[in-house]
Design a binder for this molecule. Structure first.
Ligand code: ADP
Length: 319
């Protein structure tokens, strides 16, 4: 292994830059040359590849987004697209690739590995939904953005005795909603992994109201329904007027938290080591605060699971 590449793909997440920096610096530390592929798999197919130096990744550790840009690329799901990618990598003399992204990006990395081009996956997504790792890069930052918003909403909700529905990201995974609900002291958390009972939520809200609570916050993951829709259901079931806040893409941006920067640095560096050790076809992750690596198939053959203890606790504490 003399030259490696790095790309970011799929939905961006805060901390991707810190991961790129770790890959570049760790590679150069081990006397490898590093190439940045700009614009995900689309950039790979188009040969948008440039050499990166130590200084190329200076002053990015604290920045959200990704300096290598990201993209979605349908063509890369085809064998022809993947072969074009391999051709570009070979043209630049690159021997291995670090792919920072979500499970869709991992599928692309697995396909390249099966075509004989070793890739290692680094989990970059705010959704925290990659099987095999307890945290993904960006989740902690997104969570803190949500908490910041909830705290502010709570101030105004208390002043006016209002009920707020806050819609957060999470199409298939309820991690952001669950953690934010727990950390933000929400009355109810509505997540894709569990059916919700509007009457149960209504009873909970009425009980809080009766004991004089001046605000109520309900968190809903976008994958369940729109905040507006839940708000209507709550109003019908309780008679309370309900306000809605949709946080949207603010959750994707912002300076990464210290946790995400450290995680990104550890995982990015380990990805480079794996390529040096000749272990392509693997993903890196964190379990019990130890960096681990595992086969891509372990990602695809397992479902991401929510921490059920946290679900239980959130219900107990919002009694
Ligand atoms: P994420 O990586 O955040 O899950 P996507 O699911 O959109 O995001 O995947 C990002 C990109 O990865 C896609 O646009 C596509 O280029 C590539 N990709 C996704 N699925 C596959 C697949 N089955 N085979 C090859 N490449 C894929």
């Amino acid at each position: 292994m003399k030259k490696i590449g790095v790309l970011t793909s799929g939905g961006d997440s805060p901390g991707m830059n810190a991961a790129i920096r770790a890959v570049v610096r760790k590679a150069i530390y081990h006397n490898l040359e590093v190439y940045g592929v700009y614009g995900g798999y689309l950039g790979l197919i188009n040969g948008n590849i440039k050499k990166l130096e130590l200084g190329s990744v200076g002053d990015i550790i604290h920045r959200g987004g990704t300096m290598l840009y990201s993209a979605r690329c349908e063509e890369f799901k085809t064998k022809e697209g993947q072969l074009k990618g391999v051709e570009q990598l070979k043209k630049h003399g690159i021997d291995g690739l670090v792919v920072i992204g979500g499970d869709g990006s991992y599928r692309g990395a697995k396909a390249l590995t099966e075509l004989g081009f070793p890739c290692v996956g680094v989990p970059g997504t705010i959704d925290n939904d990659i099987p095999g790792t307890e945290h993904t890069i960006g989740f902690d930052t997104a969570l803190n953005t949500v908490i910041d918003a909830i705290d502010k909403i709570r101030d105004t909700a208390s002043s006016h005795e209002r009920t707020f529905v806050v819609e957060v990201m999470g199409r298939n995974a309820g991690d952001i909603a669950l953690w934010a609900g727990l950390a933000g002291g929400a009355e109810a958390i509505v997540i894709p992994e569990e059916n919700y009972d509007i009457n149960e939520i209504a009873d909970r809200l009425k009980r809080s109201h009766e004991r004089g609570k001046r605000h109520s916050i309900i968190i809903v993951a976008e994958g369940v329904c729109r905040g507006e829709e839940l708000s209507k259901q709550i109003t019908e079931a309780t008679g309370f007027a309900t306000w809605v806040t949709v946080l949207g893409h603010v959750q994707r941006g912002g300076s990464p938290s210290a946790f995400d920067r450290v995680l990104a640095s550890r995982l990015g560096a380990r990805a480079v080591e794996l390529l040096i050790e000749g272990k392509g076809g693997r993903a890196v992750g964190i379990r019990k605060n130890q960096v681990v690596d595992y086969d891509f198939d372990e990602v695809f053959s397992n479902e991401h699971t929510l921490d059920l203890e946290l679900c239980k606790l959130s219900k107990e504490l919002s009694i």
